[in-house]
Write a protein that binds this ligand. Structure first.
Ligand code: PA5
Length: 440
């Protein structure tokens, strides 16, 4: 269990002395993340979470997940941004993108509250029509518009379907425990819903290994003990500032180095559809943490070979503003072999008998070499296989790299002031009390 960083497809793009020049700011960033004052001032609780997580609540999450598995066919997870992307990334990474359609003894898991689209919500309601349903509303602030709307709609649905007493047993609330007037915590306690805690010292996009991600992940049948073990291993591996051994530090330096050299876009590439939501999670983690004060690498993601037939042209030949970070599994979860056929009409008999993993690995190598030739530096991060331990490990790796990278860049990686601008306009347009007379 580890992440290996291969820089052989990037070294030719690194100017002499450029890496060493960033080591002092990386050291400062590392010290800042570990400094007790900074850890009090900023939500850096994720740094020690794999060790000091609330063991009682963890046990309650596992019990609750078992109850939910018995109670329902469909589990609706209501949340947006950091309150849903991590869980979805974990589920698709470990269980695959077709989890809901597969034969299993755990509930289907759907995600809601991540848009305001009436069509999407109506589809989910119709899926729930003849099914037994439980919901988990997740919101640190408890006041985010999208999940609040979805929660009202599903609450009404459950109360009509089961009556208010039974509905109460099917609603689970994950929110910050600090009760403020009108917050979700206060509401949940008043009504009597079971609640779980979003730790106050952990921000949304860093919260997947808290109850935010762990309850839905456990409901889907993933082993959350193993996930925390993976994160703990990463915590041990990255506890010291050692540029040679600490891959998280090295990666943070390299991405800043490429950014300083005009590579303003980082393209996260993987070779399995199961990584699509890991890409979405990474986009939020890095985009929301670094894109501020007129600075920041723009994070994008692709799944190859699918996107080689669409964005591949741009990556190979378009504006040279990209570097790629390729995430690759050394071993697949399952293996398939290409069958022999009597006729070679499709022209692939030369690879009959080969495994798909073998072919995928050649697609990876061929693509990396082509993109490097096209002027795109490639960093390759490899992990053993898509399982719970590696997910936990990877989450910690990226959270630490992101915090270090943000500080190296010179921004605070833990706030998101830019997100407020659209919200304010939306509230003015909707006529929210308190926004009267304000202009867009
Ligand atoms: O990372 C963040 O802080 C955000 O993306 C939040 O997770 C997102 O806005 C949802 O917020 P909340 O959990 O308060 O509903």
């Amino acid at each position: 269990m580890a992440i290996k960083l291969d820089t052989q497809y990037a070294v030719d793009f690194i100017k002499d002395g450029a890496f060493d020049a960033l080591i002092p700011s990386a050291k400062q960033a590392f010290e800042k993340v570990h400094c007790p004052e900074e850890r009090k001032a900023q939500p850096i609780g994720w740094l020690t979470l794999p060790e000091d997580y609330d063991k009682e609540e963890f046990a309650r999450i596992k019990d609750c997940a078992k109850r939910i598995q018995k109670m329902c066919d469909v589990f609706i997870v209501i949340g947006i941004g950091g309150s849903y992307l991590g869980a979805r990334a974990a589920l698709e990474f470990v269980k695959g993108t077709n989890y809901n359609a597969m034969k299993k003894d755990t509930p289907d898991v759907y995600f809601s509250g991540n848009s305001i689209d009436p069509d999407h919500l109506s589809e989910l309601l119709s899926i729930c029509e003849d099914k037994d349903v439980c919901i988990n509303v997740i919101s640190k602030s408890g006041t985010t518009t999208e999940p609040a709307i979805s929660f009202r709609i599903f609450r009404e649905f459950l109360e009509k379907k089961y009556g208010s007493e039974e509905a109460k047993k099917r609603i689970f609330v994950t929110t910050d425990k600090t009760p403020k007037p009108g917050t979700l915590k206060e509401f949940a306690d008043n009504v009597g819903y079971e609640t779980f805690v979003v730790p106050s010292n952990i921000g949304g996009r860093f919260s997947v290994l808290s109850a935010v991600g762990l309850l839905p992940i456990a409901v889907s049948g993933c082993d959350i003990d193993k996930m925390m073990q993976g994160a703990k291993k990463a915590m041990e591996d990255y506890k010291d500032f050692d540029v040679e051994k600490n891959t998280a530090v090295k990666y943070a330096i390299l991405r800043n180095l490429f950014y300083n050299d005009g590579k303003a876009v980082e393209l996260y590439a993987s070779y399995t559809p199961g990584m699509q939501y890991m890409g979405e999670w990474l986009k939020q983690l890095f985009g929301e943490s670094e894109g501020k004060d007129g600075k920041g690498i723009f994070p994008a993601s692709v799944v190859y070979s699918t996107d080689l037939h669409s964005l591949g042209q741009y990556v190979q030949d378009g504006e040279r503003i990209l570097f790629e970070t390729v995430l690759t599994a050394e071993n697949p979860r399952y293996e398939l072999t290409i069958p022999q056929a009597e006729l070679d009409t499709d022209g692939i008999s030369y690879i009959a008998g080969k495994t798909l993993h073998y072919v995928n690995s050649k697609a990876f190598l061929g693509t990396v070499l082509a993109h490097v030739k096209g002027g795109v530096p490639n960093l390759v991060l490899s992990y053993d296989r898509a399982d719970e331990e590696n997910f936990g490990y990877m989450v910690y790796f990226f959270e630490l790299s992101c915090a270090l990278s943000g500080y190296i860049l010179g921004v605070c990686p833990f706030n998101q002031p830019g997100v407020e601008a659209y919200k304010k306009n939306m509230f003015i347009l909707l006529g929210k009390p308190g926004y009267e007379g304000q202009t867009i």
